[in-house]
Write a protein that binds this ligand. Structure first.
Ligand SMILES: Nc1ncnc2c1ncn2[C@@H]1O[C@H](COP(=O)(O)OP(=O)(O)O)[C@@H](O)[C@H]1O
Ligand SMILES: [Mg+2]
Length: 261
């Protein structure tokens, strides 16, 4: 059970490494319960790496990662239990192509609960309804538009009623209209279901309107943390370069990979 009044996520002085290389360090992050937080930053800055630390998929090599007031468990079995309270919408939808929309949404319920089939069917119907797709229950992923497939994946991520939702690039590959639908859906679900949401994205302008807090990652650290309004007004050159999408500035967008001699 979550600790009462604890923030949904609390990172203290976290360092994350991959392949022996430090990707992020000195990360302090407090995500209040009920909030929508946008994690922004250029491609390759470590946004997905940060999410991997929240699910325990990647262990911090320094610092602490608390979810709902408790350190992420070290033991695999307890970690899997904690993960049930974190809904994840990964880049790409990960829908199984041989299963219908309804069967895809039912998967986590079949795997993680012992609920009888009629109850699962009812829950699946409710989740699909929540994303506005009850009529698509019997369609296969190939029969869905990109936006609809993303919404089915969202329904599946919500299947176990996780209090914390994390979204990795939820707008990738979607047209502007589908992007608007997904963003307002994310915000609406957060409010109506009383969730906490963390949205990782490089789509600044689509995401900031639904966010309560924003952070910008660049140069291996958090270079901005505040409200979207504060972000819009920042004069920090690193942050401005990212916001304004300028290729020249403190961030080397196209730095060539350094060869090791
Ligand atoms: N499994 C991995 N092993 C080694 N390096 C990785 C791995 N995954 C990502 N990286 C590196 O970590 C950095 C950050 O990647 P990532 O978190 O995916 O960035 P973002 O999601 O912001 O685009 C990149 O330089 C990437 O090459
Ligand atoms: Mg990523």
């Amino acid at each position: 059970m979550p600790e009462p009044n604890a923030p949904a996520v609390h990172l203290r002085d976290v360092r994350l490494q991959r392949g022996g290389r430090t990707i992020l360090s000195g990360i302090d992050l407090l995500v209040p319960t009920g909030s929508v937080t946008a994690v922004l930053g250029p491609s390759g800055s470590g946004k997905s790496t940060l999410l991997a630390a929240l699910t325990g998929e990647l262990r911090a090599s320094q610092g602490s990662v608390d979810v709902f007031g408790r350190p992420l468990p070290q033991r695999q079995r307890e970690l899997l239990e904690t993960r049930k309270s974190i809904g994840v919408l990964l880049q790409g939808n990960g829908l199984l192509t041989d299963l219908t929309a309804a069967e895809n949404v039912a998967l986590p319920l079949r795997m993680h609960t012992k609920l009888p089939a009629p109850v699962i069917a009812r829950l699946v119907e409710m989740k699909l309804h929540a994303v506005g797709l009850r009529a698509a229950a019997d369609l296969y992923p190939r029969e869905l538009s990109g936006g609809m497939a993303r919404r089915v994946a969202l329904a599946r991520a919500l299947a176990l009623d996780p209090p914390l939702m994390i979204y990795d690039e939820p707008l990738t590959g979607l047209d502007p209209i589908a992007s608007g639908v997904i963003m307002s859906l994310i915000a609406r679900l957060n409010a109506s279901l009383g969730l906490t949401s963390i949205i990782v994205t490089h789509h600044v302008h689509e995401t900031l309107p639904v966010a309560d807090r924003a952070l910008v990652i660049a140069d291996g650290r958090i270079v901005f943390s505040g409200t979207p309004a504060e972000l819009q007004q920042t004069t920090d050159p690193l942050v401005r370069q990212f916001l304004d999408g300028r290729p020249d500035g403190p961030i080397a967008f196209d730095a060539p990979q350094r060869e090791v001699a």
